[in-house]
Design a protein around this ligand. Structure first.
Ligand code: AVI
Length: 341
């Protein structure tokens, strides 16, 4: 069992055995258990997520591709020069990256290095290989690890005089709460950027609630499969059935006042979820290995935050960055923001 798996076990037990006060909408305060969002991303989860990005109801990916198709050239002209370094955080399948790379080639830029950061070695290899073939003039480097480690690596190994651009696409920022998002950007700004360096960020808007609702509860049921797979992943991590998948359903809820979509598991009956004694070492001294769930009780597994223009301004200000560009999709639903130090 790897250290990361041990950590994940520990955080699953810690989060599910306690309840946090959350606002499901304005004054509606409730106590809710949670499970780390990370459980959604095993190999199967990554495969289903990739499917989601092709589902029309999940408009985010198509919107971002639309922005890149129409504006990558202008965008690249603002961020990349000869000798630039581009760092893509959480590159995943990199379907959109090609538009940026094409614009780099079209502008005849030389000595551009492209660092792709991801937690999955296989997905890094699979995504980078075709790009190295399609764009022979660009240098590709895969960085296996978390964002923080990669930013540290970049800070240590790239001379401060080299122009750098970070790319954080796919509305990945949405899976952090607003405080975490600002803290994350601030950390990158302080540790990994010099004056003039840039950060390109795909951010979904506070669109109509019914549109967001459908994006996270699509008619084909792909999102439901993606969320429910998290329970199977937990059983695999522990090596025994902690959750009986048939005793839960997916609850999708857009919380308009909070500007976020929340994904929950809802218990279909009164039941007990039990962790084995052998895992007590990861219970952090609470000794509580059984969790009684009432019929109807919900467990949060994911938030997807949506951002108003004011919220983006506050984000940029807290992170000590400047807003220097914004490109929008043809349907006016999604933005690619350019921040600068
Ligand atoms: C990866 N992330 C930005 C997606 C989102 O929109 O929150 C994950 C996702 N969850 C359900 N559908 C897609």
């Amino acid at each position: 069992v790897s250290n990361t798996e041990e950590n994940l076990k520990s955080s699953i037990i810690k989060s599910i055995t306690s309840k946090d006060v959350v606002y499901r909408n304005k004054s509606h305060e409730t106590l809710v258990r949670s499970i780390p969002t990370m459980v959604l991303y095993d190999d199967k989860g990554l495969e289903i997520f990739d499917k989601i990005t092709y589902v029309p109801d999940y408009y985010l990916t198509e919107a971002e591709i639309d922005v890149l198709k129409n504006h990558a050239v202008e965008c690249v002209s603002k961020v990349a020069r000869n000798g630039s370094v581009l760092v893509e955080l959480g590159c995943g399948a990199m379907r959109k990256t090609k538009y940026i790379l094409e614009a780099i080639v079209a502008q005849g830029l030389q000595n551009v290095r492209y660092y792709a950061v991801d937690l999955s070695e296989s997905s890094l290899r699979e995504s980078l290989l075709p790009l190295t073939e399609a764009f022979p003039t660009i240098n590709f480097i895969g960085l296996l690890g978390c964002y923080e480690d990669s930013v540290q690596y970049i800070a240590k190994t790239i001379p401060t005089s080299t122009p750098k651009t970070y790319l954080w696409l796919g509305s990945s920022i949405g899976n952090l709460n607003r405080t975490e998002a600002a803290a994350f950007l601030k950390q990158i700004c302080e540790k990994g950027m010099q004056i003039g360096d840039t950060f390109l960020c795909g951010i979904d808007r506070r669109n109509a609630p019914e549109v967001i609702g459908l994006a996270y509860n699509d008619t084909q049921g792909v999102t439901r499969d993606f969320i429910m797979n998290g329970l199977d992943h937990i059983n695999t991590i522990f090596g025994y059935p902690v959750f009986d998948r048939t005793a839960f359903e997916y609850l999708s809820e857009y919380q308009e006042s909070e500007g976020r979509h929340a994904a929950y598991y809802r218990s279909l009956r009164n039941q007990t979820v039990a962790f084995r004694e052998g895992d007590s070492s990861v219970v952090n001294g609470t000794g509580q290995l059984k969790v009684a769930l009432k019929k109807g009780e919900i467990i949060n597994v994911e938030y997807s935050y949506k951002w108003s223009p004011r919220e983006v301004d506050a984000l940029v200000e807290t992170a000590k960055l400047y807003n220097v560009g914004k490109w929008t999709d043809s349907r006016d639903m999604y933005d690619l923001h350019l921040f600068q130090k």
